[in-house]
Design a protein around this ligand. Sequence first.
Ligand SMILES: [Zn+2]
Length: 342
Amino acid sequence: MSDDPHNATAQQGEAPPQPNQKCIPYTTAAFPLALNPTTELLGGIDPAVSTAIRSNPSRFIAILPFNGGRSFTESNPNFATEVLSLLNSFQYENCGDMQLTRAPWDNKGTVGDPEFAKPWIYILRDAPPDLRAMLVWQQTFSFRSKKGAAAFHALSFTQERRPWGIMDIEPEPGVKHDDNSRSKVLRTIVRTLWHLPAFRNIAKNTQENLSLRLSEDEKVLLATASLRLVTHSRYASHRTPILQLRGKPMFLNDKMHHKWLRIIRSARYLVEDIIRLEVKEVILACTYCKDRGHATAECPFPDFPDWRGPKPRTGTLRKGAAVLGTRSDSGQRRWWGDTGHH
Ligand SMILES: [Zn+2]
């Protein structure tokens, strides 16, 4: 698939004005394109703040630190200052009003691994247009700050990029991972969807199909054309490789997008009539760069020759988690002092 964003890189289009050559050195490689949906970037943030960002997105940029999460924010109080030093060293004009601050948390407490709980991002406000253009174009920055190694994505709120991951499939142990078995599984998925009334129904209403005069069969065909399977062999807690079904998102609208995912995930897939595919939501997620297309151990960023960022962390392996947590009166686990209003 030529338009598969998982194979694309940042630095698309004409290069914007570049930083002053005497700036703090950073890695200038063309990195893999980051696919972090806005809803995830804004997750865990004070709703008033995310509303302000959504209503004026071009004023802000998300700064997403590698290893981001509550633990990162707690243990790196100087991160915003260090990033600002880098940005100021670029010497763009009119940086006087620029501000970088960690996203204020909502008070709902944490979900999932507290080490990587959202919010992940810092919010950059009022960067001048040239700097803004350069940040979004380069996308990923790794550099050495006074406090050590640092890395972040700079992501625009004005363009939504959706990852193509639809679901993960855990094959029976012993299933081969060659092209032949993969295409057998993919054929099963496509055929099942082809006959599924709910899928046929939603396929008729996809963004592209609405504007085309096609038969129902042609529309269903179009909606499955981009589906493919990718093998992930290094997912930390699984010995057997995981298959990920990927396909072009068919809806820009969040609600329809999730309905589309739900229909595909909840179908029953039988390979050769007897082997049932164990389907999960996309469980792969990189705790380092927050991509859902690969596991932490597969993260491509630290393998770049000139990478200056910190080492990836894997979170749940940390034995001290229970020690850090305290019990609030309601008996709920409360991980960090300033999140809890229980
Ligand atoms: Zn990654």
